[in-house]
Design a protein around this ligand. Structure first.
Ligand SMILES: Nc1ncnc2c1ncn2[C@@H]1O[C@H](COP(=O)(O)OP(=O)(O)OP(=O)(O)O)[C@@H](O)[C@H]1O
Length: 372
């Protein structure tokens, strides 16, 4: 799939923008703080209804304005798909094919993107929260059911935490409500973790050969899902639920003491191993970069295998961060099959045929113009 046209209104430092892109590599050139990342972010937000760099939607609205609007026309195998997202201080409204979507979980997934930005290096060395967010966003793109489950889980988790606080502060003494909430919580937890096991399995399947290629056959990548409870990939839903129930009984008193939920997918993590060792702890900078790059490239293939179309790739400020070999590997992989956006302050040092044939745009103070 590819985005043919993008329109912005009051988005970050863009007052109004209307631009057509090409179904190949689109290079967005500009000095610092001119609006390169903002364009990339707007494409990401149009697809995911969430930013990759802020959890506060209001940040996306141009200062002193009431709302921001992103519109795009996405060309897919089965035709053209207009997408629209309006972000106001009251919330978000999403339209797909001119029809308002009641649930954002139904909207997300119609347009698929993979973003690779400097922050993605945190995927390996950052906190578990970064990796959980990555898993949820990526599964959500290919499975609206999962996105819905995650939203439900967050709601139950909040209610459960609230009730645990009441028990902790003795404003409540009856445990019946906690048992009811826990039953719902555990069912959602088990469903989410089952889906995550499947996803990680697939991601590893795609990432392993890619990583081997980038490391010239020297490194074997493994991706391991680390649950906060002793559940495993081999278990079915009912077995998992019983493992969670045992955990609940064991930790119930401590949870009440602390007033917070102490187990569940919101506490799980992901481990990347190269040649049997944890990359986060033992990996060199280079190995961490290769791992992040392999995972991103694997995501592209995974989305393609799940939905039958390649997603749009957004490379924000990362190309110049990669050495020549990794740069070439990346550009060779996407060449001719993935619509790609690349931001950079200068094309010096990026010497690849794909970029020489790219469409180029110049950004200056929130204005974007095609230059070639
Ligand atoms: N809500 C907003 N309203 C108006 N301007 C904003 C808003 N949010 C950010 N900006 C401004 O947008 C400008 C451009 O930001 P952007 O992150 O796109 O820069 P960039 O071109 O990617 O730069 P760099 O190369 O340094 O990453 C910044 O000057 C910032 O102050």
């Amino acid at each position: 799939m590819h985005i043919e046209q993008l329109q912005l209104k009051n988005y970050r430092n863009y007052d109004a923008l209307e631009v057509s892109f090409e179904n190949k590599v689109n290079v967005i050139l500009g000095q610092n703080a001119q609006g390169k990342t903002n364009v990339m972010e707007s494409i990401y937000v149009l697809a995911m209804a969430k930013s990759h760099r802020t959890s506060n939607d209001k940040d996306l609205i141009r200062w002193d304005e009431e709302y921001a609007k992103i519109e795009g026309r996405v060309q897919k195998q089965h035709g053209s798909l207009p997408m629209q997202l309006i972000i106001s201080k009251k919330g978000k409204k999403a339209k797909c094919n001119h029809i308002e979507q009641q649930k954002l979980s139904q909207y997300v997934g119609n347009m698929n993107v993979v973003m690779f930005a400097p922050e993605d290096l945190h995927l390996v060395k950052g906190s578990p929260q970064v990796r959980r967010r990555f898993i949820d966003m990526e599964i959500g793109q290919v499975s609206p059911v999962y996105l819905h489950a995650i939203n439900q889980y967050q709601k139950i988790l909040q209610q459960r935490n609230h009730y645990l606080k009441l028990l902790q502060t003795k404003k409540q003494t009856d445990h019946t409500m906690l048992d009811i909430l826990t039953e719902q919580f555990i069912e959602m937890a088990a469903k989410i973790v089952l889906k995550r096991f499947d996803f990680i399995h697939l991601l590893e399947k795609w990432a392993m050969p890619i990583h081997e290629g980038i490391s010239r056959g020297l490194e074997t990548l493994k991706i391991v899902y680390k649950p906060s409870v002793e559940v495993s990939e081999e278990q079915d839903l009912s077995k998992m639920i019983s493992v969670y129930n045992e955990k609940y009984l064991k930790t119930k008193n401590r949870e009440i003491d602390r007033g917070v939920t102490m187990f569940g997918p919101h506490r799980d993590d992901l481990l990347f191993q190269v040649n049997g060792r944890d990359v986060q702890t033992f990996g060199s900078q280079g190995q961490q970069r290769t791992t992040a790059l392999s995972v991103k490239l694997a995501e592209i293939e995974l989305i393609h295998s799940e939905i039958g179309e390649y997603p749009i790739l957004l490379l924000d400020d990362v190309l110049s961060e990669l050495d020549d070999y990794r740069q070439s590997h990346l550009l060779n992989t996407i060449q001719g099959k993935v619509q790609t956006f690349v931001t950079t302050t200068s094309v010096d040092g990026i010497d690849h045929q794909t970029l020489k044939e790219a469409a180029a745009f110049q950004v200056e103070a929130g204005m974007l113009k095609k230059i070639q």
